[in-house]
Design a protein around this ligand. Structure first.
Ligand code: C2E
Ligand code: MG
Ligand code: MG
Length: 750
């Protein structure tokens, strides 16, 4: 069912277009006018009384009233008054039969826009109606435009005031005529105090020249100054924003303002008057800071804040160019901390980092102003000494560094002793490019490492050729590891009381494809420095255990094997596991393996080294100190470390001479071994005289050419036989205390 909806008059939507009201008590007059005025876009309403007219004007958007003066109820004048009083924006054309001029004047005074006398002329009234409607349209447009302008001005003002940038205008003398409120929060100046002041009131002194240039350019086209970096001063003693040096970095634009001239008015354009400048200043302080941080990070080491490798190279290249121009000299130092890895491994990286920071600080203290100290990475530092007068200037600094390092470091409650190896290369003598100088300083540094570290060395061509040889050797060694070019030879350790072999020292040999069998003296250090020692130790341990397992299988159950383990291996956390895994693999009880270490290792006295030794001892593995007495012997070591045996170094044995009789050093070592309850082995026993003296001094186990040179593994069984060792039961029987007690020489009998 359809619902019929009745609309109230106010709900009826006004049709678009002009609404014209004809007020006349004569219906003929009304219809005549309607007829003449009707047009598309117009709506003609009519009424016959003043009251009706007012009612319609109240409720409708009447634009124009054609008003008769004489109406039955109220006069046309009263309607005019009503329009004025009610501020209705309605145009009125008075249409009157009254031909008195007075009434026309009165009507116009009361706000009528036009006066038409009845009978009217159609063209005349049409013309007047059109004119009034047109005028009203213009007025409406004007009002609309004004409203829009006001709105737009408010919008622009809002935008300008709430802009995060400073927006300003200057007059032709460069004084502020406008500046937005941002200046208050950014610089702390109130805008009132700036208006009328010259722009340089707020420009940083050091940037004045640039600012003057920008403002004097007075360009208004695309060449106008944009993006000029200028620092603006903050007002002193303001609480708005505190900057370290009380300025804000801004990106400034400045555009000239000129009297407007049309594009075609070329002459006027050339001579147009300069009125001032407008522009924007954007706060880029934070961005600048971020940029500076990024730049700093790109060129500095994050841990020590020293210049990094890149910046160092830049400075070095610059210094070389200058030295080339002035015929000057400069030095490059390569500094590498000795055994720094040990600190990292035993104390952890946090302490390692702390130590590096301390080292960096101390190194910095040894430099002159103008020198560059950089961190290359890890524990490597480089130094650039520009403007060098003589070679000694560089060596003096190097010596200063070495001396300074002798003072221990205190890091997180621990005391560290750090030493450094320093290589020095001089421009132009040792190289003319950054690469050559760095490489040669590095080579010289390696020379120091090779000579026992903790010192400095100037580069020389002789060192370089050594270094080249080293490189070749290192390469070959790498191949040797890969191709399995190693062999183990075994040298017996003999108990001279029983005359039998109690142990075998495993000694490494490199079967070099060109040079033949090489002894370890020529390559073991390189293996340590290059890290190849790890694979080599693994191979030696496995090979020694495999051979021992073979001899044990043949019944030589009391035989032990000694393996030399480099100190650098004790810096690694996996050493104990690697040793034990080979024992497990070949089912060898720990007490049949002896690990030989050098005294150097004991020097470090670090907790982790002792822990590793204890862990090995707890598996039964014996620990012997090799070459005892040759280095920094201290009785303390023997007390603190879980040691099983000491080996008298062959140099002491070699020094035994028939003329001088015994050796006080050897007697002392024998005494120490006895005192600490340690086993003792004498090395390098070559003659019967050595044997006799050592035996007389109380040494029972010996090793040396007198008994046998080191022999390949497959000769060991024969060797054992010739030395009188018997498999299992027999050898046990020979060692039987009962037989010995009875003075029965079983060995001789066999
Ligand atoms: P070392 O541990 O003190 O070994 C004893 C060295 O003295 C051996 O030299 C041996 O051949 C030599 N020798 C033995 N008896 C006599 C003698 O009566 N007179 C003389 N003049 N020399 C004798 P080699 O085999 O050349 O080894 C040199 C050093 O290389 C060893 O000294 C040891 O420190 C190291 N080394 C050997 N094998 C290995 C290994 O597998 N790993 C590690 N890290 N080092 C090893
Ligand atoms: Mg040894
Ligand atoms: Mg030795």
């Amino acid at each position: 069912m359809n619902r019929i909806v009745t609309l109230r008059p106010e709900q009826v939507q006004e049709p678009p277009g002009h609404q014209i009201l004809i007020v006349d008590d004569e219906p003929l007059m009304r219809s005549g006018l309607r007829h003449h005025l009707e047009e598309p876009g117009r709506r003609i309403l009519e009424c016959g009384t003043g009251a009706e007219a007012i009612a319609l004007m109240k409720n409708r958007e009447i634009e124009l009233v054609l008003l008769d003066i004489n109406l039955p109820d109220i006069s046309g004048m009263e309607i005019l008054e009503w329009i004025t009083v009610n501020r209705k924006s309605i145009g009125v054309i008075l249409v009157s039969g009254d031909d008195c001029i007075d009434s026309a004047i009165r009507a116009l005074r009361h706000g009528a826009e036009e006066f038409v006398r009845k009978p009217y002329e159609v063209d005349d009234i049409r013309h007047k109606v059109n004119a009034v409607l047109h005028r009203r349209q213009l007025e409406r447009n004007n009002v609309l435009m004004t409203a829009r302008l006001e709105q737009s001005e408010r919008l622009h003002r809002f935008l300008v005031e709430s802009s995060p940038d400073i927006i300003y205008t200057l007059d032709e003398k460069g004084c502020f005529t406008f500046i937005n409120r941002r200046v208050e929060s950014l610089l702390g100046f109130s805008r009132e105090e700036l208006i009328g002041c010259p722009y340089f009131t707020i420009v940083h002194e050091d940037d004045l020249e640039r600012a003057v240039y920008a403002f004097n350019e007075r360009r208004s086209d695309h060449r106008a100054t944009t993006n000029l970096e200028v620092r603006l001063k903050c007002k002193k003693d303001n609480n708005f924003r505190i900057f370290e040096d009380r300025h804000v970095v801004t990106m400034l634009s400045a555009v000239g303002i000129y009297e407007s001239a049309t594009d075609s008015d070329e002459v006027a354009k050339q001579t147009k008057r300069y009125l001032g400048t407008y522009g924007v200043a954007r706060d880029i302080t934070e961005r600048k800071l971020a940029e500076e941080t990024i730049n700093f990070q790109a060129l500095h080491d994050h841990l020590t804040h020293l210049p990094n490798r890149r910046l160092f190279r830049d400075r070095l290249e610059l210094a070389i160019t200058q030295a080339k121009r002035n015929g000057g000299m400069l030095a490059v130092m390569f500094i590498d901390l000795d055994r720094f890895k040990l600190v990292n491994d035993t104390h952890g990286h946090a302490e390692g980092d702390e130590l590096l920071k301390n080292v960096a600080q101390r190194l910095r203290g040894c430099m002159r102003a103008g020198d560059t100290l950089a961190r290359q990475g890890g524990d490597e530092f480089t130094v650039l000494l520009p403007d060098l007068h003589c070679e000694e200037n560089a060596t003096v600094i190097a010596q200063k560094i070495i001396d300074d390092f002798s003072i221990p470091y205190h890091v997180v409650g621990n005391e560290f002793r750090a030493t450094a190896s320093i290589g020095i290369a001089l421009y132009p003598r040792d190289g003319e490019t950054a690469d050559a100088l760095l490489r040669n300083a590095d080579i010289a540094m390696y020379k120091v490492k090779g000579n026992g570290k903790n010192g400095f060395q100037l580069f020389s061509p002789a060192i370089s050729s050594c270094y080249q040889d080293r490189l070749v050797l290192e390469n070959e060694l790498r191949q040797a590891v890969k191709n399995g070019e190693f062999e183990l030879h075994f040298q017996p350790q003999v108990n001279v009381r029983g005359g039998t072999v109690v142990g075998l020292e495993a000694l490494l040999r490199w079967n070099h494809p060109v040079h033949g069998l090489l002894n370890p003296g020529g390559f073991i250090e390189l293996a340590e420095e290059s890290g190849l020692i790890v694979s080599i130790t693994d191979w030696v341990l496995a090979e020694a255990c495999r051979n021992l397992a073979g001899w044990r299988a043949r019944g030589f159950l009391d035989l032990r094997v000694a393996v030399n383990v480099s100190p650098s291996e004790f810096e690694r956390n996996d050493l104990v596991e690697r040793v034990c895994s080979q024992l497990d693999r070949y089912r060898i009880p720990g007490e049949y393996l002896e690990v030989e270490i050098t005294e150097n290792l004991l020097l470090s006295e670090t907790v982790s080294v002792v822990e590793k030794m204890r862990a090995l001892r707890s598996r039964g593995v014996r620990i012997a100190i090799d070459d005892f007495g040759t280095r920094y012997s201290s009785l303390n070591y023997l007390r603190n470390f879980p040691i099983s045996a000491i080996k008298i170094d062959q140099s002491f044995v070699r020094d035994l001479s028939e003329r001088q009789g015994g050796s006080p050093i050897i007697s002392a070592i024998v005494g120490i071994a006895r005192g600490f309850g340690l086993d003792l082995v004498a090395e390098g026993v070559e003659t019967d005289y050595h044997l006799e003296v050592l035996h007389a001094l109380g040494c029972e186990e010996m090793q040396g050419y007198l008994f046998s040179r080191p022999v390949p593994a497959d000769e060991v069984t024969n060797l054992l036989a010739t030395m009188g060792n018997r498999p299992d039961d027999l050898s046990r029987a020979m060692d039987s205390p009962l037989l010995r007690l009875n003075g029965f020489d079983l060995k001789g009998a066999l």
